[in-house]
Design a protein around this ligand. Structure first.
Ligand SMILES: Cc1cc2nc3c(=O)[nH]c(=O)nc-3n(C[C@H](O)[C@H](O)[C@H](O)COP(=O)(O)O)c2cc1C
Length: 218
């Protein structure tokens, strides 16, 4: 076996959840190029393994591929986003944050991405939202493992979106995840370090690096 190939295979085998989490970015521009449906199903299967309150598994998924449904979703979402952006209700920091990233009411990823995974939670189940978002986290990492780009898009008018998809009232729309090939290069949004986010035993005690943790970046 050529050594470069061997090296790539070795790297693939040793890839950790931390590697995937560090690598993953929210992608807002997609090529129309299809991705392998089996990889998408692999990611959904991974999501199904998430823990949930009393193991009630309150999540349901809708895999949207139909161009007409995607078009309708885009229309409805953009209408809602336009209302939101024009209302001026958003705080100043959010307006600045979206402006710097070129995020507007326009959501072309809803028609460009080959698949949309809509995730809903059953309202009556215990910890329904918490459990469903855990499943969404699993989904994102599994997509990343397969080299598939994703975004957790949370429309500002979920009820109108639910009507388009005929989702019953006892479910709550959590997210639309466009999945596909990235059509943009992005730098990773910065993350807080362990020392800024982890306390030791009591609130406020800064976690000190020890021999046990010495191979973890803090
Ligand atoms: C609960 C939640 C809701 C989000 N909603 C949106 C959204 O509606 N539109 C969007 O463009 N990004 C949305 N995002 C993506 C975040 O902006 C993104 O994860 C964050 O800026 C960090 O960037 P990264 O995912 O590239 O690391 C959402 C993320 C989460 C976790």
């Amino acid at each position: 076996m050529p050594s470069l190939f061997k090296e790539v295979m070795r790297m693939k085998e040793n890839i950790t959840v931390l590697d995937l989490a560090k690598r993953r970015k929210s992608i807002r521009k997609y090529s129309k190029e299809p991705v392998n449906i089996n990889d998408v199903l692999y990611a959904i299967s991974t999501a199904l393994q998430a823990p949930s309150g009393a193991n009630r598994q309150p999540w349901r998924f809708i895999l949207v591929t139909d161009e007409n449904v995607k078009k309708k979703l885009r229309e409805v979402c953009e209408r809602g986003e336009k209302r939101f952006y024009e209302s001026g209700k958003a705080p100043e920091w959010f307006k600045k944050w979206t402006r710097e990233r070129g995020i507007t009411w326009s959501k072309p990823f809803l028609t460009d991405a080959p698949y949309l995974i809509v995730v809903v939670s059953k309202k009556s189940e215990p910890y329904s939202k918490e459990s469903t978002w855990l499943a969404i986290g699993y989904l994102l990492l599994a997509l990343e493992e397969k080299g598939i780009a994703s975004l957790t898009y949370t429309p500002s008018n979920p009820r109108e979106v639910m009507k388009v998809l005929r989702i019953p009232e006892n479910y709550s729309l959590e997210v639309i995840v466009p999945v596909g090939k990235a059509a943009e290069e992005k730098i990773k949004e910065p993350r807080l370090a362990i020392k800024e986010t982890l306390f030791y035993n009591l609130w406020g005690n800064i976690f000190q690096k020890t021999a046990i943790t010495s191979n973890i970046e803090c």
